[in-house]
Design a protein around this ligand. Structure first.
Ligand SMILES: O=P(O)(O)OC[C@H]1O[C@H](O[C@H]2O[C@H](CO)[C@@H](O)[C@H](O)[C@H]2O)[C@H](O)[C@@H](O)[C@@H]1O
Length: 357
């Protein structure tokens, strides 16, 4: 079992699907000396010390990414020069995409809808929905989310889109109305079905274990689960992280990544939003194509996998939604969902003008 996990982590590190800092938890030891050993030694040391170090590193990492610890950039800072506003650079972006088929990839939370305290009430505005509807008439459009596909669909409510839920582990094409719909079946890919029972089990245990922590919320995202820290007093974050660890230490086939005030429990498989992007481009018939231009817009650490693929392939571009300077593989930035909407509207207007509609 432990060898299986190490091999998977090793593969993920080698193929740069994950970086060392992204692997926050895994269990066990069998004396293996694979490239993942160092990561495991860190885990073991932290685990042997009662997991205190492990929990501290999760909490520190989450704290470091929270707005109270990040500084908004000013327009002169080097960060904004390196990741200029996609609105200010609109003409340059169009120039880069000239003669190529644009494919749009949109994260949901923090990109199409503002971040709110209650994850069940992260609604998208009607204006944003109309914009995304128009966008999908102009370009193949995919929603990529950490949420379950069903849940994100219940917020977006547009049948003409592709949806990649559970961080890309559940991909489905449009049912109707899309000129980009492939003739093949609409359910495209579910690479983690064998993990459904274990995710369901761990979700139930996490709900039970964390119910004593005021404000904690566990969300079942079908192929993964989220433990929300947003409404928990910051002084209690360590307690909550300890509870999460106490459940997860019994599940060595699961790993933990981090989002915005959330810990995400996922299967250890070679799959993420970047892989989903590659898979979708292939499904749309753009495999090995030089004339495709994917634009991926997202706000979260999990979106970095997709930004990195685009950067490494020198194909299309990534746009980070953030008011704060953050380490990112995205090329451009937008500050908030309202700016995302402006950017998407401009894409639609430009497409209408150039196609003479
Ligand atoms: O990939 P995404 O669509 O960005 O999903 C990532 C997580 O988003 C949601 O959590 C985040 O948004 C919540 C609502 O605004 C907020 O309360 C929470 O603090 C954020 O982390 C979603 O609830 C998670 O399940 C997703 O994994």
């Amino acid at each position: 079992m432990v060898r299986f996990i190490k091999e998977n982590i090793t593969k993920m590190l080698e193929t740069k699907i994950i970086s060392k800092s992204e692997v926050l938890y895994a269990g066990g030891d069998d004396g293996d000396t694979s490239p993942a050993t160092k990561v495991f030694q860190d885990f073991q040391i932290k685990e042997k010390n009662g997991g205190g170090g492990l929990v501290r590193s999760w909490v520190d990492s989450m704290r470091a990414c929270s707005p109270t610890h990040l500084k908004p950039f000013d327009n002169q800072s080097s960060w904004i020069k390196e990741h200029p506003s996609a609105l200010n650079m609109f003409e340059e972006i169009l120039h880069e995409s000239e003669g190529k088929q644009i494919v749009m990839f949109l994260d949901y939370d923090g990109t199409l809808s503002p971040i709110v305290d209650d994850p069940d009430r992260a609604f998208m505005s009607n204006n944003m929905r109309n914009t995304v509807r128009k966008l999908a008439m102009c370009f193949p459009t995919v929603i990529v989310s950490g949420r379950s596909r069903e849940k994100v669909y219940s917020f977006v409510k547009l049948t003409e889109l592709y949806y990649a839920g559970s961080h890309g582990m559940d991909i489905k094409g449009p049912d109707q109305n899309s000129k980009y719909k492939k003739k093949t079946q609409s359910l495209l890919c579910q690479p983690a079905t064998e993990f459904l029972p274990v995710i369901s089990e761990v979700y139930t245990k996490l709900v039970e274990k964390t119910k004593s922590v005021k404000g904690a919320k566990v969300e079942n995202n079908k192929f993964c689960a989220s433990v929300h820290f947003r409404c928990v007093d910051e002084n209690k974050w360590s307690d909550l992280a300890h509870l999460v660890r106490s459940v997860l230490k019994n599940y060595p086939k699961l790993m933990l990544t981090q989002g915005r005030k959330v810990l995400e429990i996922r299967p250890i498989i070679k799959w993420d939003k970047g892989k989903a992007l590659e898979f979708l481009l292939e499904s749309l018939g753009y495999e090995n194509c030089t004339n495709v231009f994917p634009i991926y817009i997202g706000d979260d650490r999990t979106d970095e996998d997709a930004f990195k693929i685009l950067r490494d392939k020198r194909q299309g571009l990534g746009i980070l939604v953030s008011k704060y300077a953050k380490e990112t593989n995205a090329s451009y930035s937008l500050q908030e969902p309202d700016e995302v909407m402006d950017f998407l509207e401009r894409m639609v207007e430009w497409k209408k003008l150039t196609s003479g509609e």
